[in-house]
Design a binder for this molecule. Structure first.
Ligand code: ZN
Length: 346
């Protein structure tokens, strides 16, 4: 049974906001989607662990609004650099606490991920969703890299000094707002120089095109779905998918129901066939080497048949019936290993 390597989770955010402790993640809990016992039960082998800075004074995105037939959830304002750096350092502290308790094995290379995938702890790659903690000289990247950072999204949906993200808007394309700033373009080159993966999820169309023009690495959207199935601003249009495909890149399918259901509603009812429609569409453009999963565990409402990482076994059984064992193994981890090797070398 191939373990899942996953493109995106928000467990560190659950921890920085005090909703779950490292001991609870080790021993089991019901306050979120990930803990070690449920990971073992479902076959979660590891993934990208996101550092994320909540907007001060704003209580997350308005998920209730996202049950309407159409919506446009306003984006929170930009976050101050100093505050962001402090929050990111707290997230890194939790990443270390998980490491010390044997919950995760921090990985910096594809070989390390591959070796850790079947081990007792989760193979964990440190990612940062939104670059607010990085100042214009990029000096913070030294500290972040030393902590294990191997992947970076220039923006979460709210604006940063580097670019513009998409709002939680349905129906809508991602063609909203200007592209990367000049600093944003420099940041992409710096990531290439350091062989840090650049994540396109949350970027708008103009920003995605800018990254495509600048970056020398395969393009990656760690947790995004197909706009042709769910016309949300956060989903990738066929044009965007073709740009990613042309670089030998890949996309991780997000389990958040607002990105799976064709009507964009953020409710748990969501048949597995909805996910399979996204899978089939992404495969038709990206090919069998270009698709994986990016759960959004601890950051989204999951389908009722999945509920948490324990439900991944349901997905794997359905995948094997839908596309066969060989492609299932690629979707579960083979394609992520390929893209990590191509991006980081070795
Ligand atoms: Zn996200």
């Amino acid at each position: 049974m191939p373990p899942f390597f996953d493109g995106h989770n928000d467990l560190l955010l659950k921890m920085t906001t005090g909703r779950v402790t490292a001991e609870e993640v080790r021993d089991g809990h019901q306050n979120g989607h990930i803990d070690l016992p449920r990971a073992r039960a479902g076959g979660l082998g590891g993934g990208f662990f996101a550092l994320f800075v909540p907007t001060p004074g704003v209580k997350g995105i308005d998920m209730a609004a996202m049950r309407q037939p159409s919506y446009d959830v306003p984006l929170p304002p930009a976050v101050d650099h100093g505050h962001a750096l402090e929050e990111v350092r707290r997230g890194i502290g939790h990443f270390r606490a998980l490491t010390d308790l044997g919950v995760i094995t921090p990985c910096r290379t594809a070989a390390e991920v591959e070796a850790a995938l079947d081990g007792p702890a989760l193979a964990a790659v440190l990612h940062m969703e939104g670059a607010e903690a990085i100042g214009p000289e990029f000096a913070e990247l030294d500290e972040l890299e030393a902590a294990g950072l191997r992947s970076l999204g220039p923006v979460w949906s709210r604006p940063t000094a580097y670019g513009h993200g998409v709002p939680f808007r349905f129906p809508s394309t991602s063609d909203i707002g200007p592209g990367l700033t000049e600093d944003g373009k420099r940041l992409i080159r710096e990531c290439n120089r350091r062989k840090i993966m650049v994540d396109l999820s949350h970027l708008n169309f103009a920003g995605l095109r800018d990254v495509a023009e600048i970056s020398d690495a395969p393009l990656v959207a760690t947790h995004s779905n197909a706009h042709a199935v769910t016309p949300s601003a956060r989903c990738l249009t066929d044009e965007e998918l073709r740009i990613i495909a042309a670089t030998g890149g890949m996309v991780g399918i997000n389990y958040g129901t607002c990105f799976l259901r064709p009507d964009g509603k953020f409710i748990p009812e969501c048949p597995i066939e909805d996910l399979q429609r996204h899978l089939d569409h992404l495969l038709s453009i990206l090919g069998e080497d270009g698709v994986g999963f990016g759960s959004d565990f601890d950051g989204a409402i999951l389908p009722d048949w999945m509920k948490s990482c324990a439900g991944l076994s349901v997905l794997r059984d359905a995948l094997e019936a839908h596309v066969g064992a060989e492609l299932t193994a690629k979707l579960c981890n083979g394609n992520w290993l390929r893209i990590m090797r191509a991006t980081w070398g070795g």
